[in-house]
Design a protein around this ligand. Structure first.
Ligand code: ATP
Ligand code: MG
Length: 152
């Protein structure tokens, strides 16, 4: 099915806001088309995992910024946080099943290490890509790109 992503993004933000009083969740739409072909429930799950991580790994709060725009027929969705960041040696591994960063800064934060593996799987099934940039101790940005639907 053809899916408008902006309403899904807004819904996930509203649902996640409830459990994050110390975070400011903001959405910036910079223009373009937001239609993709795929499974709305799965794409919602992917966004929930990413925004959930952004909140969970920012224990001191801060801004979680979601930036959305179309470029070269790809819909870009960036999730930026001001949290713990990811150590350089873990950057390649965070998308692996059951991998969790085992540093003292996050030892008390629970999880199974499946969230990002699921996100990667969902995005790849939709012919998209996922990338991460991070500065350890300053924050992380996860970017997903999905082909924009060309039917009208
Ligand atoms: P689950 O999502 O299954 O409950 P999890 O959050 O530990 O558990 P993933 O979502 O796959 O698992 O993330 C893997 C690891 O990557 C996490 O343990 C965490 O250390 C790191 N990580 C993921 N997202 C962020 C983020 N936004 N900021 C800092 N570290 C992150
Ligand atoms: Mg997670």
């Amino acid at each position: 099915a053809q899916i408008a992503m902006l309403p899904i993004i807004r819904k996930v933000i509203e649902l996640q806001k409830v459990q994050s009083e110390r975070h400011e969740l903001t959405l910036e739409f910079l223009g373009g088309h937001d239609l993709v072909v795929g499974d709305a429930g799965k794409l919602e799950q992917a966004l929930t995992n990413l925004i959930g991580n952004a909140i969970k790994y920012s224990p001191d709060g801060g801004e979680v910024k979601i930036i959305v725009f179309e470029k070269n027929s790809m819909l870009n969705i960036e999730i930026q946080d001001e949290g713990l960041g990811i150590p350089p040696e873990a950057m390649d591994k965070v998308f692996e099943k059951f991998y969790r960063v085992d540093n003292s800064d996050r030892r008390s934060i629970g999880g199974t290490g499946l969230g990002l593996a699921i996100v990667k799987e969902i995005i790849h099934v939709h012919d998209g890509e996922i990338e991460v940039r991070s500065k350890y101790g300053e924050g992380s940005t996860f970017t997903i790109t999905l082909p924009v639907s060309s039917f009208d």
